[in-house]
Design a protein around this ligand. Sequence first.
Ligand SMILES: *Cc1c(COP(=O)(O)O)cnc(C)c1O
Length: 421
Amino acid sequence: MDHFLYKDGALCAENVPVAEIAAQVGTPFYCYSTATLLRHFRLFDEALAGIDHVVCYAMKAASNQAILTTLAQAGAGMDVVSGGEYARAIAAGVPGEKIVFSGVGKTREEMRAALAGGIRQFNLESEPEMEVLNEVATAMGVVAPVTVRVNPDVDAKTHAKIATGKSENKFGIPIARARAVYAHAARLPGLKVVGIDVHIGSQLTDLEPFRQAYRKVADLTRALRTDGHVIDRLDLGGGLGIPYTRSNEAPPLPAEYGAMIREELGDLGCEIEIEPGRLIAGNAGIMVSKVIYMKSGEGRDFLILDGAMNDLVRPAMYEAHHDIIPVIEPDAGVEQRPYDIVGPVCESGDTFAKQRMMPPLVAGDLVAFRSAGAYGAVMASEYNTRPLVPEVLVHEDQFAVIRARPTFDEMINRDTIPAWL
Ligand SMILES: *Cc1c(COP(=O)(O)O)cnc(C)c1O
């Protein structure tokens, strides 16, 4: 469920007509709904009610400071994967004890910053990383709380670029080696083992792979406890999928996910941490774009938009589908026709959809890409010297630009000309 609905024939974000935002901000832009963000966060929080738990929003999905502040004020923790994301979490007012640091290549600088500013735990992904964190923590005279990310070798049945839980992926340590790796961690004085971490991929539309992974984690918890380790926390990662089309997909709901977690892990007495990203932000955001031209080609019509692959890369990168809807509600029964919907960038990959059935559209019409809130604006670039796409946050009948579109001068002046020129 989201808060982007037609009201009196006009697409609205909560109570704000999207066309009104477009008139003030220009296109393309991203628009997020506060109510949807909060609703999704609370669904996870409620799904784990009764179990000791923390919902750490995986901010790589959408990390605008206003989004983070919204979620932080609602009580969210954060999952960060870089020093920059850690700084964002702190700036949004998230206390260090609610921040988990994930990622396969943490640097010494990142470790130092997180140890100095406060951290709930580091999710370690290799023994070399373990050694380095031990050195950094020891040199600072502190003890770093850690989990080890185990790779359970399950097939998440998702797009290859976002599957992370098979043994051929670069993530975590093979679960078969976990006991040896935990024994290694226990010997390092700068580390304190607090639990186990697992994250098998993104956009999972079936609970079964999660269930298989969590069963392996439950077995490992018992084995590690037998070995004398204190396993108090289980970080179960993120990855729950969202419906990208309104017609046929029905991924599991957070409540069903929570029930499965209880079933598989409820008797272990562990605090549960989850790291949802996409499910919190994905359907809380749209990208709004304008038709520049309708061009009739040989046997096909192209809608050329002012938004492009640099603004929303998911179709080019993951072959992702986004529903694209007109901002003015089409009349019921209007005859739809197929369009190739493309951006202006000089690459054939800059194609959002092929032969997509749409009501007739002409130059100047606005369209909205649904489900664009996660892995949208955060992956945008200025390729083709197109200004970084702005972001807007709506709250009931108000909206605010939360990241402004840079001017050409601002973009050009970020570069410096060497003295010899
Ligand atoms: C990307 C990522 C997440 C979030 O995944 P979603 O599919 O957006 O929920 C959580 N944890 C880790 C370690 C990740 O890399």
